[in-house]
Design a protein around this ligand. Structure first.
Ligand SMILES: [Zn+2]
Length: 180
């Protein structure tokens, strides 16, 4: 997904590829959601902020399991991934009212995956003309320093979504009441 010129990404991708540890597994294991930029933990997947975003609000949805290829995803993993994509779209619409989204996966280093060993779905909010104004904002630092601010705004919105999903899950599990 190279729709936006993001020069800091090249450096990041190079660094990520040379790293032995997996940033997704590390974020997943972290006990500190805020420092790990994890906004949502599901049963099989979790959502985190991209530290090197294409646009502000750029999210990543990844399985808890370390798997490189989406073709290896289990049915419960891919079902929840689709659910969490809906959650992410809802939250981002409230958070930053984007005009549209790019969402997709880069599978394999040659396809542009920064972390090729652990598949992840990008959710990138887009605004009309953002490809023109984004580089003018002054590159990296604006977005990177703003990550914690973004986190603090997004986390409560995801907490609302989690409560909603938990309520829905309880209703599904509780036995149906039949009236005679
Ligand atoms: Zn991993």
């Amino acid at each position: 997904m190279r729709y936006i010129s993001a020069p800091w990404r090249a450096d990041y991708v190079r660094k990520a590829l040379s790293m032995k540890r997996c940033i997704f597994c590390e974020a997943m294991k972290s006990r500190d959601d805020r420092s790990a930029a994890v906004v949502y933990r599901g049963r099989r997947n979790f959502i985190l902020l991209n530290r090197y975003p294409y646009t502000p609000g750029h999210l990543l949805i990844a399985p808890k399991r370390h798997v490189a290829d989406f073709a290896e995803a289990r049915p419960d993993e891919r079902a929840e991934l689709a659910d969490l994509l809906q959650v992410a779209l809802r939250v981002l619409r409230v958070h930053c009212a984007p005009h549209g989204f790019n969402t997709g996966m880069n599978l394999g280093a040659s396809a542009g995956a920064g972390v090729a060993g652990h598949y992840h779905l990008h959710v990138v909010p887009r605004w009309t003309g953002d490809a023109n104004f984004m580089p003018l904002v002054g590159a990296t630092r604006v977005f990177i320093e703003d990550l914690d601010t973004t986190y603090q705004k997004l986390r409560p919105l995801f907490d609302v979504e989690r409560a909603r999903r938990e309520r829905a899950g309880r209703m599904k599990r509780s036995p149906a009441v039949h009236s005679r």
